[in-house]
Ligand binder design. Structure first.
Ligand code: ZN
Length: 298
């Protein structure tokens, strides 16, 4: 068990206060460090016998624009491959998942302003005393807002408010999608430059407990997008939220369905090493915690 996979989300200068991102320079340093001990490969290379070095797959979730404008350009310059995934619902239906709407709204508006909006629109008087789980947040309004969006408001209430607010940042819904996500043509370019493109999800929901329904709702539509729009046979899968709370049931029940549809592996969020494709579900280290990067932090 020697190979590893590293999980990346945003790779961009940290000028958005609503997200956690990896600085581009740190990303470059990580590639250099990984290159010393590992062979950075495409997922498909994991099917081949291992060479002298253990292998490392760089994996990217959520398909945000920075992955094309920053991560992909760095990787192209350094000549290393990677594995990028598509979330199809923003590209097909202009529907942005709630967690991305939260990232946008918290990055472009003050928490005090958002809390003021919420108080004007909904009965959120109970939120301050309920919001203790976010006491690690220094900004008291950030604490209230996070609790309100994640636990207190209904999904529809949160979406109504966040969508309107997020679209205003970009002018139109189409602009938001164009500026926030890797486009179809950009994915095509990445593919032509040797990057592997896989399935992340349709709407970014955690595993629902029924593998057939989950496949139909979250995986098949994205797989069809890959086939029809990008001319790619989907073979690699990365579950949203690593599957979520029911990930163990997902590992068990979804694997046969995915194998039946031609998928070769799923990239999970459980940390740990891998041995080629001996397991269907591959462990991944978050780029913030992966062991070889300790030397950067120290
Ligand atoms: Zn995701």
């Amino acid at each position: 068990m020697k190979d590893i996979a590293v999980m990346y989300h945003y790779v961009k200068t940290n000028d958005w206060k609503g997200i956690v991102s990896l600085e581009p320079e740190i990303f470059e340093q990580q590639i250099d460090i990984l290159n010393k001990s590992y062979e950075i490969v495409s997922p498909d290379d994991l099917r081949k016998p291992r060479g002298l070095k253990p292998r490392c797959v760089l994996t990217f979730d959520d398909g945000t624009k920075d992955q094309y404008t920053i991560a992909f350009q760095i990787m192209k310059n350094k000549g290393v491959p990677g594995y990028f995934t598509v979330m199809s619902s923003p590209l097909l239906d202009e529907v942005v998942p709630i967690f991305h709407l939260v990232h946008i709204v918290l990055s472009f508006h003050s928490d005090e302003e958002i809390w003021g909006d919420l108080r004007g629109r909904y009965d959120v008087d109970e939120v301050p005393q309920l919001s203790g789980i976010y006491s690690y947040e220094k900004d008291i309004y950030r604490r209230y807002n996070k609790y309100a969006f994640n636990f207190f408001l209904t999904k529809d209430q949160a979406r109504d408010y966040l969508q309107e607010k997020a679209i205003k940042v970009f002018g139109t819904s189409k602009n938001l999608i164009d500026q926030y996500y890797v486009s179809k043509n950009e994915f095509m370019e990445m593919k032509s430059q040797g990057m592997t493109i896989g399935v992340h999800c349709a709407h970014h929901t955690p595993y629902c407990g029924d593998a057939n329904i989950f496949y139909k709702d979250e995986i098949e539509p994205c797989g069809l997008f890959l086939k029809n729009e990008l001319n790619i046979t989907p073979e690699w899968y990365t579950p949203a939220f690593g599957g979520g709370e029911q990930y163990k049931a997902m590992f068990r029940d979804l694997e046969p369905i995915l194998r039946e549809h031609g998928y070769k592996a799923g990239f999970a969020t459980t940390p740990g090493k891998n041995n080629g494709l001996s397991n269907f579900w591959l462990n991944r280290y978050d780029c913030i915690h992966v062991p070889p990067f300790k030397s950067i932090e120290n």
